[in-house]
Design a binder for this molecule. Sequence first.
Ligand code: NAD
Ligand code: GLY
Length: 363
Amino acid sequence: MKQPHNLKVNIPQKSAYSYDILIGENLINIAGELVKKYSNSQKFLIVTNETVAELYKNSLNIENSAWLILKDGEEYKNFETLKHIIDECVKNRLERNDCIIAFGGGVIGDMAGFAAASYMRGIDFIQIPTTLLAQVDSSVGGKVAINHEHGKNLIGAFYQPKAVLIDTNVLKTLDLRQLKTGLAEVLKYAFIEKTCGFEKEFNLYDFLEVNRQKIFELDSDVISKLIYMCCALKACVVNKDETEKGLRAILNLGHTFAHAIENLTNYTLYTHGEAVAAGLKMAFKLSRLKNLIDKNYYDKAVGLIDNYDLVPKMTCFDKEKFYSEMFLDKKAQGGKVRFVLPKGACEVEITSEVAKEQVFEVL
Ligand code: NAD
Ligand code: GLY
C-alpha cells in the first residue's frame, strides 16, 4: 500500500486545534486501526446510508462499533433523521468520549457531524467521505447541518472532526453524474486558488487542463493529487476563517446562483454540483460584464467548465423569481446579496456592488 498523503487543518483560534486529513488508496480497509489513533472512544457509531452500506459495509471493520444505516437522499437530511441518530447514540449508550463515524457522502457527513456536535454537547466524530464532493469539500472544515423546510442547511454548527480519512478507491463505484458533481467543486478551487493564499502554488487550473482524461479514468495518482490540492486549499482558508466572517465566503464561488437554481427546482432536477457548475459560468459572465476579467481569461475558464461537461441543459427561469431567490440565500447580509466574482486568473473578490440589471443580463 502506498503511503497516504497527509495534511493538517490547524485552527489558531481554537488553541491551535488541528486534525489530520489522510488521502490514500484502500484506507477503509485499515480504518479500524486509524480511528483508534484519532479517538480514545470506547464505542463507535458508524452512520451511513443503504447505498454505501451495501457497497462497503464488509470492508469497514471497526471494533466496538454499531451501525446505523439510513435511507439514501437529501430529503432525509432533516430533524427526524437527526433524532434517529441521537436515539441510536442513546440506545448504544455512547458516552462523552465516544465517537460517531460519518461514512458516506455530504448528506451523511453533514447530518452525522451535527448529531456529534449536539449529543452530550459534543462528542468526537471522524469523517470517512465516499463521494468526490465530500472528499474535496464537505468533509473538511467543520460545517455540519440539517435542512429546514424553509432553507437548506439552515440548522447547524461549525464543528470540526477529529480526522478525515479519504479512500480514493471508493470513488470507483460513483456514477458519472456524481463524479461530475464533485468535479464542479474541484473546478471552483482552481478558480479561487490565488485568493486562498496557500504557501505553495499548485496551479490546479493547468493540472485540470492537462489531466482531464486521467481524472475521468480515476487514475489513482492523479486523483489523489487532485484531492490533496483541493483539501490543502480548503484547509488553508478554514485555518484563516473557520466561521466565515470573511475569506471563507470565497468557497461559495458560483453558489449564490446555484442556491437559486436548487431552490427554484426544489432540489429535484439538478445535483448540487450541476447547479454550482452553472453558477460558476454565471459568475464568470457577471465578472466579464463588470469588466473584472478580460475576454481571454473568460473564454479559457468557461471553456474549461464546458470541456468537463459539467452543466446539463437548464430549464428556463423567471428572472424576477430567480433574483429574489438569491436574497434568501444564507450568504446574503443586510438585505444585500454577496457575490464572489472572478477578478483575474484564479483570483476572486467578494462584492455586493452588482446591479439588478447586470444579474438579469447574466440570466
Ligand atoms: P450525497 O451524500 O447525497 O451522495 C450522492 C449519492 O452518492 C448518494 O446516492 C449516495 O448514497 C451515493 N454514494 C455515496 N458514496 C458512494 C460511493 N462510494 N459509490 C457509489 N455511490 C455513492 O451527496 P454529496 O454530493 O456527497 O453531498 C451533497 C451534500 O453535501 C448536500 O447536502 C450539501 O448541502 C452538502 N455539502 C456540505 C458542505 C459542507 O461544507 N459541509 C459542502 C458542500 C456540500
Ligand atoms: N463548502 C463551503 C464551506 O465549507 O465553507
